[in-house]
Each structure stands twice: as C-alpha cells, then as structure tokens.
Design a protein around this ligand. Sequence first.
Ligand code: FAD
Length: 429
Amino acid sequence: MKPDSSPDAPAGHVAVIGAGIVGAACALALTLAGRRVTLVDPEPPGRGASFGNAGGLSAGSVLPLSQPGILREVPRWLADPLGPLSLRWRYLPFIAPWLVRFVRAGSARNIPAQVRALRQLNGRTLDDYRPLLRAAGAEGLVHHQGHLTVYRSRDALERDRAGWLLRRAHGVEWHEIGESELRQMEPALARDYRHAMFIPENGHCTDPAALVDAFVAKVRGDGGAVLRARALGFELADGRASALVTNAGPLVADDFVLAAGAWSARLTRTIGDALPLETERGYHATLANPGVELARPLLDGEAKFAVTSMRCGLRLAGTVELAGLEAAPDWRRARRLLELGRRLLPGLPEREQDVSYWMGHRPSLPDSLPVIGRAGRVGNIFYAFGHGHTGLTGAAPTAMAIRDLICGREPELDLAPYRPGRFRQGMQT
Ligand SMILES: Cc1cc2nc3c(=O)[nH]c(=O)nc-3n(C[C@H](O)[C@H](O)[C@H](O)COP(=O)(O)OP(=O)(O)OC[C@H]3O[C@@H](n4cnc5c(N)ncnc54)[C@H](O)[C@@H]3O)c2cc1C
C-alpha cells in the first residue's frame, strides 16, 4: 500500500478510520492544519448514516433521548413495529445491557449535565462548519432558515412544553408561532397543523452526501488519500499505535482517528475499550418530484419525524428502530413516513413512483452524547463517534476538537462530558 505503508512515512500523517461526515470533517480540519491525512473506509465516502439524514444542523437539539419514566414505554415499543420507536423482540437479549444503561442515563439527576454537553457541542455547529465549507467550496449546501416543530393540537404542544422550557434554560432561543404566521412561513403545511415552535438559530444542509464528497475532495486535492479498506485493528508498541491493520495490509501513521460511526466499538474492543455503542436505525423516504417546497426543515412534534427540501427532492426522515447492525431493513417503516408526510403536506403526490427508501445506522451511546477524546490505553488513537441523532450537527465541532488534540492545542470545548472512560464500572451510566 504505497506510499502510506512505508515504515518511514513522514511525521504528521493521520489515518482517519471512517469516511462519514464525522471522519470527513476531521480529515478536512486536520488537512487545513497541515497534517497529511489518509481516510480509510471499505465503502465510498458518505454512504453510511451520513448519506440519508434529514440535513438538520440542529444547534437547538439538546434533549437526550432517554428521559425519566422511559422504562414504562418499553412495552409499547415492542408492541408497535411501526411506531416512532420500535424494538425487535429477537434483538431484546442483545440490547438489554444497553437498554439498562439507557434507562439509567435518563434519570432526572443526569439530564441537566447531558443537556449542557449537547448544547456545548451542537450550539457551535454553524460557526465550526464555516471554515470547512469555505475551504471545500461547499457554502452553497448549507442554509440558515431555522427549524419549525409543528403540532396539530395545543395538547400535543403542551405535552412537550417542559422540554421547550429546558431548551430555553440552556440558552436555546425559540418562539411560539401563531396560526396565520405559520401559514405564511410554510404555505404547503396542512391546515390542521395550527401550533408551532420556531428555532431561528438552526440551519440545514440540502445534500448531506454531497457535503461529505466536497470535504473528501478537498482533502484529496490538498495531498490526502482515500484507502478503500476495512480497518481490523492496530499494531501496538509501548502504549502507542504504529500502524492500522486493514484487510489491504498495514497503514503506518503517527496518529489515528476512529470515526467509524455505529461500527466503531468493534475496533475499540481490539484495544481494550469496551464501549456501549448501539445503533438506532432510522429511515427515509425521498420524493424526487414532490410538487411541494419548504423554506426550512419541519419536524412533526407528534409523529417525531423531519421533512426537508433537498437538492434531490423532499426528504421525510426519522424513526428509531432497535434491531442491531445486521437485521434486514423493515421498509414498512419508510412507507409509514410517506403516509405521515401526506398528512403533514397534503400537496404530496399519491403515487409511489420517484420515491426512494433508505435505512441508516445512527451510532448511539446510552447517554445521547458522543465519545470524543483519546483512547484509554493508546495515546495516539483518538475517538470521534457516537453522535446519535445529531451527528451531522456535531461533526464540525468534533472535528475542531480532534484537530486541536492532535495538534497539541487546548480544545475550546470542554471534552470531559464526552470522555471515553465515562462508562467504566462505577460510573453513573
Ligand atoms: C433517518 C436519520 C435522520 C437523521 N437526521 C439528522 C439530522 O437532521 N441532523 C443531524 O445532525 N443528524 C442526523 N442524523 C444522524 C446522523 O446522520 C449521524 O449521527 C451521522 O451521520 C453519523 O456520522 P458518522 O460519520 O459518525 O457515521 P457514518 O456516516 O455511518 O460513517 C461511518 C463510516 O465508517 C465506515 N466504517 C465502518 N466500519 C469500518 C471499518 N472497520 N474500517 C473503516 N471504515 C469503517 C462506514 O463504511 C461508514 O462510511 C440522522 C440519522 C438518521 C438515520
């Protein structure tokens, strides 16, 4: 594997494992800081979770998924395979330890620190993306129009009120929008959606896959490389990694960034870090010719899915399915999104032609926070994974922190809430 496998690879070579949005953003930030980067992925860049997400740059997404009382919901998840959150019976024995941690993470005592940590990371998204977008010539892919969460009934909005107040308490500005203003903002919205909350600071990306492609193209243009190979482990000596072991041979580098999304824990285990990483599978339905255009992403506050006008059409995305990395997709979930989308936007066509369906693996830790920081036992391996529902949002802030760690600078982010060691025995989650 020339030139990267040569034992005398020049100092400052970083191998980034995983070419999703997190790996691509890390690779670009490191390239701009003068490092030579090799991205390693068995698939073409941006074909994992980063391909089909809803495109939300959600600075105001600060609520962890696990909340007090969540345990009572589990029977409902098992009973309704098409509900917003479902759990496959067959997967229950495998996911049980993660679920226990997930339920524990959602205690009233833990929530404020998780909200603070999500706010710290996601709140920086547009600022931290700016230099990356400029360098990659991709500014046209990102827009700043806010997000609207819409409800049909006041009761439904009131059920979420505590969450809205928690957001405000952590610095997320939002406005309650009246019916006539809502019509003006989004004329395509169905008449029975009468209530909405608007978060002005949120942005969105109109082509998440193209964003990854643009970052990777810039890395390549500045002397970096992409290696189509699967990482299998590390060659270790004296508490450091000297090479990445791949199915195409060893790759020598000075530092290693593990950004393999939902697959990352397979590699951390090889160096003694057992991290409780699961996948929350999500689906999308994208209509190439929707006949409807939105000014900004809409979130259905009751059915819990997002709709975004993209370059490729209108995308309905969301839902959580707990069924692991291997089970076949349940496409009924994606079709259900289409039905719910027609309830939200009655102008959508009835026919199913020009609709593409997709399933992706969100990488999720029980406390809804990613892992960002140095590996427990190996000084030159850095973790950057586990961003769950907001990995597009968190990618640029994560990349800045990883760049600073590798370049020996103090990151602006306080990385303590995301430390890999937080799940060791005796920790709260
Ligand atoms: C339906 C849905 C909607 C979403 N909407 C939003 C949203 O609106 N806003 C938001 O911020 N986030 C959203 N997300 C979440 C977001 O998409 C993810 O958090 C994010 O894409 C994770 O990026 P990643 O780079 O960590 O992982 P991925 O994009 O999955 O990339 C991981 C990469 O690692 C590679 N890999 C795996 N194993 C190996 C190996 N052994 N060696 C080398 N490479 C390997 C994979 O091939 C893959 O390319 C959504 C997710 C879903 C599913």
